[in-house]
Design a protein around this ligand. Sequence first.
Ligand SMILES: [Zn+2]
Length: 142
Amino acid sequence: MSQVENDERASPDRLLRAFGGDPRRAIREETIVCLICQAAFRQITNTHLWTHETTSLGYKERFGYNRRRPLMCGALLRLYTERAIRSRLAARILRRPIVSNPELRCRGGHRPVALEEILNRREMQLARGASARGSNGSGRAT
Ligand SMILES: [Zn+2]
């Protein structure tokens, strides 16, 4: 392995620290930043990841993204999402094998939880707490 490759693989923490330890911050409206080389793209393609000798899944695991996180900027993700909904693909994508195939549930629901999911859950809990304190039953009939 060359020195450059060693340096690239040296410390995901250092690269992630530039985004406050939150991999989601590398994804903006118009760009997504590669956490290996810091280059900005509309999306991080498999072709680009091959130059770092990794895969989409390897990249997501290394930096704590959810396995299903699309590696693209917000604008592009929205475009694809809207297109998918229009062509009714979304319904098929959202089909959850564990619901439609009871055999899978019998095997147990253990799966690795990504950093992104932990951060998302924490923020949802905080938001829920804040809104519960902020409003007291508005719109409720007497
Ligand atoms: Zn890169």
